[in-house]
Design a protein around this ligand. Sequence first.
Ligand SMILES: Nc1ncnc2c1ncn2[C@@H]1O[C@H](COP(=O)(O)OP(=O)(O)OP(=O)(O)O)[C@@H](O)[C@H]1O
Ligand SMILES: [Mg+2]
Length: 256
Amino acid sequence: MPEKPSPPTEILGEGEWPNSVSGSLTTTEPVIDIRDVRKVYSTGVVEVEALRGVSLRVEAGEYVAIMGPSGSGKSTLMHILGCLDLLTTGSYRLAGEDVGALSEMDLAAIRNRRIGFVFQQFNLLPALAAWRNVELPLCYSGVRRAERKARAVELLDRVGLGDRIEHRPNELSGGQQSRVALARALVNRPSMVLADEPTGALDSTATADVLSVFEELNRDGNTIVLITHEEEVAAHARRVVRLRDGLIESDSGAAR
Ligand SMILES: Nc1ncnc2c1ncn2[C@@H]1O[C@H](COP(=O)(O)OP(=O)(O)OP(=O)(O)O)[C@@H](O)[C@H]1O
Ligand SMILES: [Mg+2]
């Protein structure tokens, strides 16, 4: 029987991975492998086919930008890739694991530990200091308090906010808030970062700051999928996938 490879410890926390979803980054399996994915939203009488047969493979360590007009299915795709929503038909293998066959508990574990989400509205809790926002995902993983704080501060430092750890979101600029959201997305050392318009609300300086963090993450081997409508932002990615009307219109392909 082939031995199960152990994930690299600099990216994954020790013993943090549920058995059923172990061994991603050192296998040759693509991180993302979706085939002919369709997503139909049914809202009473109307049915919307948001994705109409999308196939996409993303290998570990890729940096992909997803572009496309409003309503083309970008966020729908991100929700499916992030196991936040289920596809209607088609298949999704995440690091070799058939997502359709996983239990709700496994999916929750994947969402919490393997995927770092950055949402457009950042979703920070206003009453909590920056470091408390960042440590939040660790509270669900049973990490001890001292370690949670140490990791949160380390991440805030990494995104250039080491001197803002006690600030609440409303005491931070938009760009700083987005970097707190990014730090929170990274605190569980995910193998993949999914970001939906992370620079959508930012000016060019803040955008550059956020993009430099993504670039550094990618250099460290992290897989990044970033949704954006800005060509300048997409230019930082190594691959650009364009959606239109729920279909992939073009794909610049994996840069090898
Ligand atoms: N929860 C939902 N229920 C019903 N229809 C939905 C739902 N979410 C999205 N849709 C529809 O699915 C289509 C794709 O939406 P999606 O949010 O994926 O687009 P998008 O590419 O992210 O657009 P934007 O750039 O405006 O964020 C749209 O026509 C939208 O109206
Ligand atoms: Mg969207």
